[in-house]
Write a protein that binds this ligand. Structure first.
Ligand code: ZN
Ligand code: ZN
Length: 301
């Protein structure tokens, strides 16, 4: 099961009723954060989730509304006496940018591991899930992220018995591990059926529509996408500033055949995103206007 929370839904600046866009997930005792603008640590507090299990923080890009909250969060994690390493993932230049911000948070009791993304896409194997970064199209280098949790095939008791595999090895094989016995090696494929559908979450913000988003969000259980503008007359602004309108996001959701889409990263001038949602749902019915702390649990079907 994957817990997902859209901590904030604003773009550019935090507002009294809307924190900056950031996503937090919890899986198997480990938490991941994507983006950390000003106030993100307050948004985490408001949600009531713990800082402690955050072991990965990813950045889409280095605009202030996506990273300026990092030094404060690092200090909070340090004050909680964290000792375990923290992995940071982001575009090239990550270590330089973070170390510049860390002039005001120089002494931390935990090590930081930097993983700078190379090229158009890169996949990281993390704590029981895969995280793929893929290049999008903003006015600086920017990446979207897809998180996938695989699900192994069903254990086939008949096959295990037919091959005379002892019951004490079943649970090990079911976990996907190999067993060496006196009679030879036992592998999971000897007892597991074809892989079943896992969980897929895609998050992308600060970008024009791209094929990379359509491909990487394909069939996602949840697609969280920027929608900077709801007003039809701001379509040219979206092109100029390399953002998206609600309708462009909905078209991607439709093309990628995702199960559900949440909009986020609203322009500060956009006070009531709901007003535009009827029109958005005409393009893609399973669309929701993201709100701060909007949450869901994604489970294996
Ligand atoms: Zn932004
Ligand atoms: Zn930006």
């Amino acid at each position: 099961m994957l817990d997902v929370c859209l901590l904030g839904s604003g773009g550019m600046m935090p507002l009294p009723y809307r924190w900056l866009t950031a996503l937090m997930t919890r899986f198997n005792g480990s938490s991941l954060l994507i983006d950390c603008g000003e106030g993100t640590q307050i948004a985490i507090k408001e949600k009531g989730w713990s800082f402690k299990p955050i072991d990965v923080i990813c950045f889409t890009h280095f605009h202030g509304d996506h990273i300026s909250g990092l030094p404060g969060l690092l200090l909070t994690m340090g004050n909680a006496d964290r000792r375990e390493p923290l992995t940071l993932i982001g575009p090239k230049g990550l270590e330089r940018v973070v170390n510049a911000l860390r002039v005001i948070a120089p002494e931390l009791p935990f090590p930081i591991i930097f993983r700078e993304i190379e090229g158009a896409e890169q996949t990281f194997a993390l704590n029981g899930y895969r995280l793929k970064a893929f290049r999008v199209n903003h006015n600086v280098v920017c990446y979207g992220y897809t998180m996938e949790i695989d699900r192994a095939g069903k254990f086939d008791v008949e096959r295990a018995r037919a091959q005379g595999i002892e019951q004490k090895y079943w649970s090990i094989l079911q976990k996907g591990e190999t067993v060496e016995t006196a009679e030879g090696r036992l592998t999971p494929d000897m007892v597991l059926g074809p892989a079943r559908k896992g969980i897929k979450l895609t998050y992308t913000t600060d970008t024009r529509p791209t094929n990379s988003i359509r491909e990487n969000a394909k069939g996602a259980d949840l697609f969280i996408c920027e929608g900077m503008y709801g007003e039809k007359e701001k379509a040219s602004k979206a092109v100029e500033y390399k953002h998206m309108t609600f309708y462009e996001a909905a078209q991607i959701a439709k093309d990628a055949q995702v199960k559900e889409m949440w909009l986020t990263h609203y322009s500060p001038s956009l006070t009531r995103p709901e007003e535009y949602m009827d029109e958005v749902r005409r393009i893609f019915p399973a669309a929701k206007a993201g709100k701060d702390r909007m949450s869901t649990e994604l489970t294996f079907s």
